[in-house]
Every structure is written in C-alpha cells, then in structure tokens.
Design a protein around this ligand. Sequence first.
Ligand code: KIV
Ligand code: ZN
Length: 513
Amino acid sequence: MSDRLYIFDTTLRDGEQSPGCSMNLEEKLRVANALAALGVDIIEAGFPIASPGDFEAVHRIASEIKGPTIAGLARAHPKDIKRAAEAVKPAENARIHTFIATSPIHMQAKLRMRPEEVLDMAVASVKQARSLVAEVEFSAEDAGRSDMDFLCRIVEATIAAGARVINIPDTVGYMTPQEFGGRIRQLRERVPNADQAIFSVHCHNDLGLSVANSLAAVENGARQVECTINGLGERAGNASLEEIVMILKTRADRYAIETGIDTTKIVPASKLVSQITGMPVQANKAIVGANAFAHEAGIHQDGVLKHQKTYEIMTPESVGWTTNRMVLGKHSGRAALKSRYAELDVELDGDRLNVVFEQFKVLADKKKDIFDEDLMAILDHGADVATERVKLISLHAASGTGDTPVAAVELEIEGKLHKATAEGDGPVDAAFKAIKSLVEPNGKLLLYAVNAITAGTDAQGDVTVRLQDGERIVNGQGKDTDIVVASAKALIAALNKLPGMHARTVHAQYSGV
Ligand code: KIV
Ligand code: ZN
C-alpha cells in the first residue's frame, strides 16, 4: 500500500453544481490555476456533455493547465464518453471519469434498469473510455447504499475492463465512519483483482461526516480522496480539501500518509473560490474561516503569547494566512506592483498589468495602506473590465436621518450613456432600483452579502450579489471603499453575466420606492 494520497479536486464539477456557484470560463480558469499552484493531483474540470460551456471549460483547462491530471465526468453512455474524451484530449495527462448508479433505489427508481444491465453498461463504458484515453476512473454512484455483493462484482468487472481508479461515493452522505471504512476494507479484501486499482472515495456532507468518512476510508486503504475547496458541492457539500490535507499533515504521527499539497496556498485558494462563487466561508470554519486562528479569551491569548503551541496545533502561516502586511502605496510604480503580484503567484504583463495598475492608482488615492487582500481584490475587478457590457460611470447616493434615500446613476451600456435616479429604503436599495431600471433582464435578487476586506474604517467593502433570471443563477462581486459603490459594482458584475442583458429601450426616470 502506497503512503501517498492522491488529491482529486472536484470544485469545478461537483462544487460548481451547487446552487448559485456556477462560474464562467475565465473564473474556471482562475480556479484551475489556483488548484495547480496548490498541487492537487487531479482536477475534475467539469461534465463536458452537460453544455457547450462545460465542454469549452474542460477543453481550455486541459489545454492550459500543466501539472495535474485533468478529468472529465461522463455518465456510462457512449455519447458522454466520446464528448469527455474530446474535452480532455489536450491535457498532459487526461482521465475519463465514468459513473453509473449501483444502489437498489437508484437502479430501480432512477435508471429503471436491472443490476445485470447496469453491470454490462459499466463494463462497456470503461472499455470505450479505455479505447480513448489511458486513464479511466469508474464510480459506483450511491455505493454507500449499494448491496455489498453487487458492489464487489461491478468493481471486479470494471477493473478487469481497464479502470485504474475505482471510486466509492457516499453520494447522499448517509454513511458513518466505521461502516464506510469497513466497506473499503471489504472491497479490498473480497475483490480478487483489487490490487490492480487505486481505491478512491467521494463523500458528501449531509450528516456532517464527509471528512470523517473519507479518513476512515484512507485508514482502510483508499489512496485517492475526492474533495473540494471550502467543502463546496451538491447540497451540504463534499469533503473539504483543506480539512483532509491538514488533518494528514498535523496528525502525521497517526496517518504517515503524504499529499502533494503546498499547504501555504490553501487560504488564497479558499478566498478565490469564495469570491468567485459568492459563497461565504463561515467565520468558524476549520482552517480557512476568519476566526480559525483568532484567540479571544484572555487566558488563550496569554497562553499563545507565552508559547504558540499552547492553543495552536498548526500555524496560521502554514495554511497561508498572512498578517495584513502593507506592501504598496500611492507612490509605488508599475514594476513594484508587478513584483508584489509575482510574490502572490500572479503573473501580470502587457494590457492586463495596465488595467490592474490603473485600478491600483484609483484605490491608492482613496486608501493610504494597500494590503495583499486589496491587491487580490483589484485583480478581480481588473479581470472583469474587459468583458463588461455595462459599466458604471458615476453614482451619487444621499441618505440621512429623516431623509428619503436617493441615488442617481450613469451607466455605459454597450457604448451608450444611460442615466436614472431612484428612491429606496436605503442608499443601496435606491442605487439598485436605479440600475435595474436601465437594463433587462435584470434578475431577482437572491443574495446580498457584505464583507470588509481588511480591518479599519477605510477598508474596502467586498459585496456579493446573486441574481436569478429563469433557470440561470449568477453571482457578481464588487469592491470599493464606498459600500454603496461596491454594491452597485457587484450588481453590475452580476448583470453582465445574464445572457441577453441589454439596455431598456424606453425608460421613464424611475422614482418608485
Ligand atoms: O456524488 C456522487 O456520487 C458523484 C459521482 C458522479 C462521483 O458526484
Ligand atoms: Zn458528488
């Protein structure tokens, strides 16, 4: 048994499937780059048959990301497998991950297939996939609730058909650690050709046991774990990458199993995924929550000052938390900016550097101390500029005790200037009404969340807006030292992602409350 655990990240597939977490192509590429820098072994880049956008994202990631294996998901259907093979083809190392459900309830109620038909389809799919790529993973969906004898048979048959990785998902998060660990042990003992495959697990968090179940599987011989940044994923999410990796590192005395993860890249990756998806990380979340290393009680503070290990089992630096270090100010030049970004693992050149430098100068005029977090926030904004159909030209909002809040906005929509004013319950509400009066479709507001990027009253506000238009859910982020402006930018960023969004042809000056 190898003492190396392969980290299979599915943030871009299972994570992206969670409500409101869909990402556009540019966002997926940024996350894929962060995952490669983190050192994950396999990136599951998407589900190519799902849509042309999914196919394009997997194909671009396979073309551009070097290092990790790039996997594409495929149901056990010839068309899915062919499409997945085309999508992952450009990768240095390509993998097809094909799956079919094996539990009685899924086979009867969902697939309406007999177990023998499921088994034949699984074998045929693995064979087809192996004829197209060298590396094939087979998943027995809902393995946690599958009959053990049937699971052994399908695992044996798919290994014989050429699957190099066998994934045992607890699709509905139903298992307990002892029982799930026992399943992995039994499979490894009972399946005659088990030694020809790597056993993998994919645990959902419906009962909050995904990490515990994954570790129980590792204790019983699993050597690939499927997980996501911040535990993102369907429903209650998947096992969290950062927790699994840091448990193995912090408790190496117990596990003695290594991963290839550069743990100092965990927090930046977590922040990036949270910013892009608009899914906040709860403050007391292990490893990546804002309070994960904050000591409030006097007795704890006293202990940590005397000896860090009194209350800290790992250091904040080891997972990538940096103190808010002031790095640049308004007199800093382009070269200093480029070099600081390089230290943050972001290479900027040409037009992209120019756009980001302009944003930096604007911020430095408003804010004396520019921290790393501010630089990352500027980067996000700069990245959006090129693709904006709607741009914020100006915003003036007024409010105060006893006054009706009012906002006036000027937007450039596909090259033309449009203006509107509106009243609202507060200045943000007024600004949103004014902006929404100028475009259609303008979506239903599902989420409005504000965070401060750094400490201090001059901190930039980081606003996330989630909009729904029919089936489509999109997120937008906006940052500014003025919270109303940050909110307007977030709304506009989300509107820019709505397909077909355009200026309202006729609009009366909007003044409804
Ligand atoms: O949860 C699950 O079973 C899955 C499979 C596709 C691996 O996501
Ligand atoms: Zn899943």
